[in-house]
Design a binder for this molecule. Structure first.
Ligand code: 13P
Length: 258
């Protein structure tokens, strides 16, 4: 049985001075309490680098793991503005997002750099949530599987040595920040495809064990429906994870839907 993950991605939002309030509001907004929820689901928040150290400490009390949003693939060197896996781990963070569509779109990340980041993270001992997803134009052109398959292959080949530390997030670009989530059928169709691709690359057992998250306008209103799909093992939540009551509601729904 795959444990559900509800991961928030705060993107470039939030300040250290608001962290305590966020976590205290989150605690009170989860039905049955956060300790009970954490036995059923994994809660992760991907925060900006400036928040990591404090968020690890405050989050620990709430059983929320903290993730980075990105890493560089080299260990050290002349890479102004970048942060390595080891630097992130020094703050107590154990996970990183890789290849989010905003990184691909605005910062020129390619399948090749994504693969390098996957290898660097896993070698350093980080767990990863690696993102794939098609644009609206690609969906309309009927090449969703082609695009997702290509992005996925780069990740799966680079991640083959430590499959237990790899989580995949399917985030259709057209659903991110638009309020227009994929329907549960649309999402399930691609998740099923992703699991079949994992099976081809890593074998059946590992494909059955790998968590695949959905991301793109996920909110309390569509959480139950999305999580009820066979191949959807959680969510990567942007806007709704910034509001403790919304994220708390989604955690309550996730932990009671089992
Ligand atoms: P929204 O939930 O705001 O659409 O963002 C999704 C996302 O990009 C999570 O990584």
């Amino acid at each position: 049985m795959r444990k559900i993950i509800l991961a928030g991605n705060w993107k470039m939002n939030m300040l250290n001075r608001n962290l305590e309030q966020f976590f205290s509001e989150l605690e009170t907004s989860i039905d049955g309490g956060i300790a009970n929820a954490s036995e059923r689901i994994e809660m992760i928040l991907a925060v900006p680098a400036t928040l990591m150290e404090k968020a690890v400490k405050v989050g620990e009390k709430c059983k929320v793991q903290i993730s980075s949003q990105n890493i560089h693939w080299e260990k050290t060197g002349a890479f102004t503005g970048e942060i390595s896996a080891e630097m992130i781990m020094e703050t107590g963070v154990e996970t990183t997002l890789i290849g989010h569509s905003e990184r691909r779109q605005y910062f020129g990340e390619t399948d090749k750099t994504v693969a390098s980041k996957v290898s660097a993270s896993l070698d350093a001992g980080l767990k990863i949530i690696a993102c794939v997803g098609e644009s609206q134009k690609e969906r309309e052109s009927g090449i969703t599987e082609q695009v997702v398959g290509r992005q996925l292959t780069a990740i799966l080949k680079a991640g083959a040595s430590k499959t237990e530390n790899v989580v995949i997030a399917y985030e259709p670009v057209w659903a991110i920040g638009t309020g227009l989530a994929a329907t549960s059928e649309q999402a399930q169709e691609v998740h099923k495809f992703i699991r079949s691709e994992i099976e081809k690359e890593w074998g059946k057992e590992k494909a059955e064990a790998t968590r695949i998250l959905y991301g793109g306008s996920m909110k309390p209103e569509n959480t139950k429906e999305l999580l009820s799909q066979k191949d959807i093992d959680g969510g990567l939540i942007g806007g709704a994870s910034l509001k403790p009551d919304s994220y708390g509601k989604m955690i309550s729904i996730g932990s009671s839907s089992l």
